[in-house]
Structures are given as structure tokens and as C-alpha cells.
Design a protein. Sequence first.
Length: 250
Amino acid sequence: MTTNETQAVIKVQNISKTFHVKSQDVQVLSNISLTVNKGDFLILFGHSGCGKSTLLHILLGLEPPSTGKLIFFGKSLYENMDEDERTEFRKTHIGMVYQQPNWIKSLSVLDNIVFALRLNGIKANEAVQKANSVLRTVGMEEWSDYVPTELSSGQQQKIALARAIVTNPDILIADEPTGNLDFESGQDLMNLLSKLNKEGKTIIMVTHDLEYLPFANRAIQMFNGKVIQEVEDPKTFVKTENKLLKRVTS
Ligand SMILES: Nc1ncnc2c1ncn2[C@@H]1O[C@H](COP(=O)(O)OP(=O)(O)OP(=O)(O)O)[C@@H](O)[C@H]1O
Ligand SMILES: [Mg+2]
């Protein structure tokens, strides 16, 4: 086994996806192959409708590919597991942040996070301790008694991030987590993701926004359902684009 193989968390092998819409087959993903290694901060970017969310749903075990394989920690998710096993696998290994967080509206910030832990079988006392600790990690401890919908979009996304990482998943998957945020809040959230990545968390994030590429160590571009390139050095990607560079470094 090569070093790369031992460190591979996810291997996407020749995945295609076709949806059947109004008696027509629409191919949304075509022959995608990529590997995510432990410790990666991988950004997937590409135009609206190019298939980013569909690919994430496949990675999450929510949407079977039409052809191809998804190998996650050496297991073929759609061949060797049934739906219940995939749900269990997801709960254990993956934390998810969406563009718009979905809250239990009757519960406080703290209890929304506690709830995620209770679903994973953590006892009440321990769950409260862990929830408080993760709120400190994202700098939101003073908002724990609020109802999430009383907070700003940027604050809500920090809490959504806290909820996603509180179960200590191996991998964090984020679908346009900064999509509804202004520049400052977007940078705040990216800095938090970056910090988590530096502490060892593997991250896959989808974005439209090329400004965020320098936060990642890998960036893969999709176009019309295909992977068209892996950016050589995302950290310096915007250096050729003065206008963007200014905003990233200011
Ligand atoms: N369940 C579905 N049934 C039929 N078509 C679908 C389904 N899910 C996605 N699609 C189609 O697949 C294509 C890709 O959608 P997807 O949501 O993956 O794009 P995206 O890259 O995430 O776009 P955006 O940046 O706007 O979120 C779109 O044309 C969409 O209409
Ligand atoms: Mg999408």
C-alpha cells in the first residue's frame, strides 16, 4: 500500500449520476473520480447546477450513484451497506453544515447542540458539557440561551458548525456554508474552518466564491457534471487576480 492509500478517507471512483425527470434521463454527474485524504481542506467549486450538491449527497450516503463506487474508510458505501447502516455511518463519521441551518425552533442554541449528541447516544450531563465546550470553540458561549433564529446569519452558521463538530466526526462536509453571509462573517467562518483543519479535521466544502480558495489546501473545479481541474496551489490562486487578492488579504 502506498502512503496515499493509507491516508485516503474517501475515494470517489468513476461516479456518474442520472436523474429520471419527466420520462427523460438527465445526467448530472459524469465519471467523477477523486480522493480525499486525511487532513485535507478540499474546496469543490463550479457554476450553479454543475452537480456539487449532488456529489456531496452521494458522499453523505444519501443518494446512490447510478454507476461507480464510493469507498469511505475502505468500505464501499452503496455496495456493502444498507440504508440503516449508511445512516449509522454518517452519524458516526460525518458532520454537516448547510447553507441554511435547520434548527429545532423551540430549543435554545445549547439544546439544539445537546440534541445532536443525544441522537448519538451521549448521556444528558455529558452532552451539556460537550455542547458548552464546542460553543466556546466557536466563540459563541454567551449566546447559549438564545433561540438560534434570534441570531444573525453569521452567528447561526458558527452554531451550525459547532453542532456539526460536537460529535467529533472524522470529516466535516459543508455545502455553501458562507452563501448567505456578508464578507466579514464569511471570513470569520472560514477562519474557524481553517483552525479546525489545522487541528486535524478533514474538511470538504462547496462554494461559488473563489475568494475562499486560499483557505483550502486543495481545490477542485467542476463544470457540467465533470471534474475539469484540480487547482495547483489554491493558497496562491488569487495572486494573479489583484482585485480578489486585495479583499482576501485586507
Ligand atoms: N433529485 C433530483 N431530481 C432531478 N434533478 C436533480 C435532482 N437533484 C439535482 N438535480 C439536478 O441536477 C443538477 C445539479 O444540481 P446540484 O444541486 O447538484 O447543483 P449545484 O452545483 O449544487 O448548484 P448550486 O450551486 O446552485 O447549489 C441540476 O440541474 C438539478 O436540477
Ligand atoms: Mg448546491
